[in-house]
Design a protein around this ligand. Structure first.
Ligand code: GLA
Length: 387
């Protein structure tokens, strides 16, 4: 099976965008009143090694986005309800220290491999690679220091009616155990319709595996407003990948029909959350990969809709990826205090991570995540908002 939209290097370079830059100058003017203007940045803190972290503010088409150079983290995402009242619908923190010390990937870019690789090990072209293990025996979200804990180079752009950021990070050969120097570029675009597009691109100088995603914790009632069990969710998937006790796919693609995993028609997240299905008990809720019916596609196709009934806020997700990890915030345990000063408890948010299937490097019959020199990994996910 092919990675979606593989192109040769030259093609990817030709698609590059001529983007303006702010140079090194900090511009602290709030972006809140800007519409389709150039993104602005302000200091957000300093890491222990002295590296300065910035927060970028973007606004377009009614959507407001704040992004950190640390982890490419979406620190807040504000959208209006049906009365025009804004809320920050992404869990996060108001300070850098909390992100560094205790974030469960709030809003972060995930790489080099989103989700788990069983035993933290895989074999490619006859060589076995041992990865950084950080989740029992497994490697989760790229290992102990994944892309979520790296400082990205950020370059703002405006292009026609769109505004956005290019984020660059180069992962060294051997970093977290992965082979090959991986040059990653992620583009966050806000369109004039307020859509948030993420395009991930990467090249390598040795055969490797790659699976990039975004780990926003959604609560369309507003972060800190309580449970998302009332949110209605629909996922266009007839099958999901059951897991073993370490949350590694068994390899099976089980039917959702007649199980709590059936979200083909919208239903409240909480409806079947306590159904006692063995897979849910194992994961403390939903923490599974849905096998999207559309499979790998050339362009993003609609795969999921999330709606919060009281505010009317709606999120629609389109992707070219074959899988969607739906995680129901099972490990939030009331120990973290978020952006607005409220505590986050179990089920106070959910994640919808567009991706290749977890542990694909160890499942030859799953769509391939192998990237070879001369190829460009390129994938796009689109988030549309309404009320
Ligand atoms: C992903 C995983 C979960 C959990 C969260 C972060 O969604 O699938 O098991 O690790 O990230 O806490």
């Amino acid at each position: 099976m092919e990675l979606n939209r593989r192109t040769v290097l030259a093609g990817a370079a030709a698609a590059g965008v001529a983007a303006g830059t702010l140079g090194g100058t900090a511009q602290a003017a709030p972006a809140h009143h800007r519409r389709g203007g150039r993104p602005v940045r302000e200091p957000f803190g300093t890491l222990a090694d002295g590296t300065r972290v910035h927060r970028w503010s973007l606004e377009n088409g009614g959507t407001r986005l704040h992004v950190l150079s640390y982890g490419g983290i979406v620190q807040s995402l504000e959208i209006p309800d049906r009365h025009g009242r804004y809320a920050d619908v992404a869990l996060g923190f108001d300070n850098l220290d909390d992100y560094v010390s205790s974030s469960p990937y709030f809003g972060a870019l995930i790489g080099r491999y989103g989700n788990r690789i069983g035993g933290g090990r895989f074999t490619l072209d006859g060589t076995t690679y041992q990865l950084s293990v950080n989740d029992g025996d497994n490697s989760l979200h790229g290992g102990a220091k994944g892309f979520d804990k790296r400082v990205w180079d950020v370059e703002p752009f405006t292009e026609g009616p769109d505004t956005g950021l290019h984020l660059h990070y180069t992962s060294a050969d051997g970093e977290m155990g992965y082979p090959g120097t991986l040059r990653a570029k992620v583009t966050y675009t806000l369109t004039r319709h307020g859509e948030w597009h993420i395009t991930y691109e990467a090249t390598t100088d040795k055969a490797t595996v790659v699976n990039l995603t975004s780990h926003v914790y959604w609560n369309l009632g507003g972060e800190g407003s309580g449970t998302v069990e009332d949110h209605e969710l629909a996922i266009a998937a007839s099958r999901y990948t059951p897991t073993d006790t370490g949350l590694i796919p068994t390899g099976e693609r089980a039917r959702v029909a007649g199980t709590p995993f059936d979200f083909r028609r919208a239903k409240p997240v909480g409806r079947d959350l306590r159904a006692g299905h063995e897979q849910q008990v194992r994961a403390k809720g939903y923490d599974h990969n849905w096998v999207l019916d559309k499979g790998v596609t050339e362009t993003p196709e609609h795969v999921a809709t999330l709606r919060e009934p009281r505010s009317g806020r709606t999120l629609r997700i389109a992707t070219d990826q074959p899988g969607l990890q739906f995680y129901s915030g099972n490990f939030l345990d009331g120990t973290l205090t978020g952006t607005g000063g409220r505590t986050y408890r179990q089920g106070d948010a959910l994640c919808l991570e567009t991706q290749h299937f977890p542990d694909s490097p160890n499942h030859p019959d799953f769509p391939s995540t192998v990237l070879r020199p001369g190829e460009t990994y390129r994938t796009t996910t689109v988030h549309s908002f309404g009320a």
